[in-house]
Design a protein around this ligand. Structure first.
Ligand code: FAD
Length: 462
């Protein structure tokens, strides 16, 4: 039974970050009548998608005192999902009119510039910028009785110390690199860089480069670098130990299993026994969850990339609903998930939707961890959804009374992942699911989210 109107609460809520998660969180919180302040340390909305040619001075980003560059986007980056399934549900990521003379990228897998333009359109459409305090970094979040203290510092050095009813953490998790451990690396004389600090391939001209990791970024970056490098060798732990092959369509891009060790003489030995004299190692080995501003007296920990305890990856049972996290799960439809999680948080804060008791939420977390361990998934995969995403997304949709995800959306992402894994070179320009594009656009038309079908999209690609 829905709670009586008089029990619906309107709270004062801080959102940390104005990326794709923070923007939609702000919109959903305001729709639910909460008053919202979004803290954003950058001068623009868009988070990760705000490309900068600058990178961090420390190429592996190991120095805790370094100046952080937030974005991990490289110049050549195009989306790794088809645009129709990637956008928010009620503001589809379709080709949009120019704005301020900027031309738009109409491709199905557009460049990172188009994603930023889409997020800017979204912020404009829903008047979100008025809620954002730019150039303001949150330095501390901690409980203060039943409320939450948020301390911040802006770029003029002015500090803030405010009390909120709730805090929604949307600070992203692609800024703090994970670096692979390579035996012998300390005495290896070459250069190392993490993909977080990779922008363009120029620095690798005529080099022999080893790229560790062959998922989305590793696959892209190795192809980028092979255009200028002498040789590129991909080391990936998902390859069987005898793997040694030249990738089709190239004469200088080799696939290997993991590195066995690195040596003082500059050589790199792979598990397949092959040896190369390498100039640089590029670590495309992912990122760590990192909340340097969060003080929960040890209640929330990050261990081997498992943030917990969190009920359904969003609410810490003992600190709910005042503290919540949007966007932790990966291998999923990100923007769509941010939107659903945000609706859930907003509705729980207003009291329109209730959470189970703290004990019940803890039981759920414990059962989830037990299942993860039973199936032998490493702890660092706790927030990986992959094949469980539909169940997860539809479960959250049900909590807030939203319809489950559309079939075309789920089929597109499934096919999209398959093409990404099997056709790394061509998946962005060749596909065989035009019928799903048509279904998606018919759906947008039916819901009056667009006014006509974009003919150029239906004609391109094949
Ligand atoms: P972010 O976009 O990182 O935003 C977080 C914001 O919080 C930033 O603006 C940051 O400045 C701010 N912030 C952080 N700390 C503080 C603080 N202390 N105080 C104030 N502000 C703070 N997803 C897709 O759906 N499709 C893709 O094709 C795709 N490609 C990707 C390619 C790469 C290389 C990477 C790394 C990720 C990709 N992703 C993709 C996933 C992507 O991360 C999400 O789509 C999404 O943009 C993340 O949004 P977010 O809001 O969670 O984080």
């Amino acid at each position: 039974m829905a709670p009586a109107q008089s029990t619906i609460k309107s709270l004062h809520v801080a959102v940390i970050g104005a990326g794709a998660a923070g923007l939609v969180a702000a919109r959903e919180l305001r729709r639910e009548n909460h008053s919202v302040v979004v803290f954003e340390r950058d001068s623009k909305v868009g988070g990760l998608w705000v490309y900068t040619p600058e990178s961090e001075v420390d190429p592996l980003s190991l120095d805790p005192n370094r100046t952080i560059v937030h974005s991990s986007v490289y110049d050549s980056l195009r989306t790794n999902l088809p645009r129709e399934c990637m956008g928010y549900r009620d503001f589809p990521f379709v080709p949009r009119p120019e704005h301020d003379g900027d031309s738009r990228d109409t491709r199905r897998y557009p460049s990172h510039r188009e994603v930023l333009a889409y997020l800017e359109d979204f912020a404009r459409e829903f008047n979100l910028v008025e809620m954002v305090r730019f150039n303001t970094e949150v330095t501390l979040v901690e409980a203060d009785g039943l409320k939450w203290r948020v301390q911040s510092k802006n770029s003029d050095g002015v500090s803030g110390d405010e009390i909120f009813d709730a805090v929604v953490v949307c600070n992203g998790h692609y800024t703090e690199p994970r670096v692979a451990h390579v035996p012998g690396i300390d005495s290896w004389p070459g250069k190392q860089i993490h993909s977080h600090n990779y922008r363009v391939p120029d620095q690798f001209k005529d080099q022999v480069v080893v790229v560790i990791g062959n998922f989305a970024s590793g696959a892209d970056i190795s192809r980028d670098i092979k255009e200028v490098a002498k040789e590129v060798h991909i080391a990936s732990r998902s390859n069987p130990s005898k793997t040694y092959k030249l990738l089709p369509g190239s004469d200088n891009l080799w696939l290997h299993p993991m590195i066995e060790n690195a040596n003082e003489d500059g050589s790199i030995v792979f598990e397949n026994g092959k040896v190369v004299q390498a100039d640089t190692i590029v670590h495309c080995t992912g990122y760590k969850y990192y909340f340097p501003f969060l003080n929960t007296n040890g209640y929330i920990t990050v261990e081997d990339n498992c943030v917990g305890p969190l009920y359904k990856h969003v609410f810490p049972p003992a600190l709910s609903p005042g503290l919540s996290f949007i966007g932790l799960p990966w291998m999923t439809l990100q923007f769509f998930m941010f939107e659903l999680q945000s609706k859930w948080v907003a509705a729980v804060l207003s009291g329109r939707v209730t959470l189970p008791s703290e004990d019940k939420m803890m039981e759920d977390v414990t059962a989830y961890y037990a299942m993860r361990d039973t199936y032998g998934f490493p702890k660092r995969y706790t927030h990986k959804l992959g094949q469980n995403q539909i169940r997860y997304l539809d479960w959250i949709a049900e909590q807030v009374g939203a319809p489950p995800g559309e079939q075309w959306r789920y089929q597109e992402i499934e096919g999209g992942y398959f093409r990404l894994a099997t056709q790394s070179d061509t998946f962005r320009d060749k596909w065989d699911d035009d019928h799903l594009i048509v279904e998606a656009y018919e759906d947008f038309l039916r819901q009056k989210l667009i006014t006509s079908l974009p003919s150029e999209l239906l004609e391109s690609g094949n």
